[in-house]
Design a protein around this ligand. Structure first.
Ligand code: 6PG
Length: 254
């Protein structure tokens, strides 16, 4: 990766959630001011949950034009919505049920459909909502991603190279924890975002963060996230960044 990411290190996970809220609110305001709406794709996992809950609280909740916001997902586990593993189900409990967003502005991936069919359904939904003409691709205003201990991001795992090569928008894959079928946006779509922000918290992530930043040849899925024209931010807490030997100012990019 040649792009230099912006790296922000916070003192702990609470500060990380606060910083993530600031990024979300700013992206929402800027996008609404620029083009009248805001499109954001969320990820699953535990790290974004604190930020998500904060978004439903004041003063943040009323600073976002929810009526002009459309929420999507970068990935989803193929489980029923009421399964604790459902990314949409978790987000609904954490904040979607407590913010004034029109129901038709929330676009969960169809985790209950057969995986291949679900990928096609979501692709068509993106095509309609982004009014993409033939040859055009959706470009999200903001995509929030996490990184797994093996360097996966969204549901793009080291063992799913076909997803890396795919020109498809959404693919069905199997893997991860829990080891279930999943739907995920491809790099092809992720990398068109205006702003991609990784949220990384905790000591357990320190080794993979070190590999991501200091071994450019590792070929990790997270390293393949390289916005074509957009911004890339790595927002981590002190614990997650603790094994980095490069000074943050000296990071040349992934
Ligand atoms: C998922 C994810 C996945 C996640 C990372 C980090 O649905 O599993 O989108 O890519 O972001 O595994 O998860 P944590 O935040 O729990 O560490």
């Amino acid at each position: 990766m040649t792009l230099k990411p912006e790296v922000i290190v916070t003192s702990d996970s609470t500060e990380l959630a606060r910083a993530a809220v600031r990024i979300f609110v700013k992206a929402a305001k800027d996008s609404v001011a620029r083009k009248g709406c805001f499109t954001v794709a969320l990820s699953g996992g535990s790290t974004p949950r604190h930020m998500n809950r904060m978004l439903a609280q004041e003063p943040h909740c009323s600073s976002i034009a929810w009526g002009k916001t459309h929420i999507f997902w970068a990935d989803e586990r193929c489980v029923p919505v009421d399964d604790p593993a459902s990314n949409y189900g978790t987000a609904r409990r954490d904040f979607l049920g407590r913010i004034p967003i029109p129901i038709d502005h929330v676009h969960p991936m169809p985790g209950e459909a057969a995986p291949e069919e679900g990928a096609e359904i979501y692709r068509n939904e993106l095509k309609t909502l982004f009014a993409s003409k033939e040859g055009e691709f959706p470009a999200f205003d903001l995509i929030l991603l996490g990184i797994g201990l093996d360097g996966h991001t969204a549901s793009l795992f080291p063992a799913t190279p076909s997803a890396a090569l795919s020109k498809k928008w959404v693919v069905a894959v199997k893997g991860g924890t829990p080891d279930v079928h999943r739907l995920t946006l491809t790099y092809h779509i992720l990398n068109r975002a205006n702003h991609i922000c990784f949220l990384v918290s905790g000591e357990s992530k320190a080794p993979i963060v070190k590999v991501t930043f200091e071994n450019k040849q590792a070929g990790l899925p997270a390293q393949k996230v390289q916005p074509i024209n957009g911004r890339l931010t790595w927002l981590m807490d002190q614990q997650a960044s603790s094994l980095l030997t490069t000074t943050l100012e000296g990071l040349e990019g992934l």
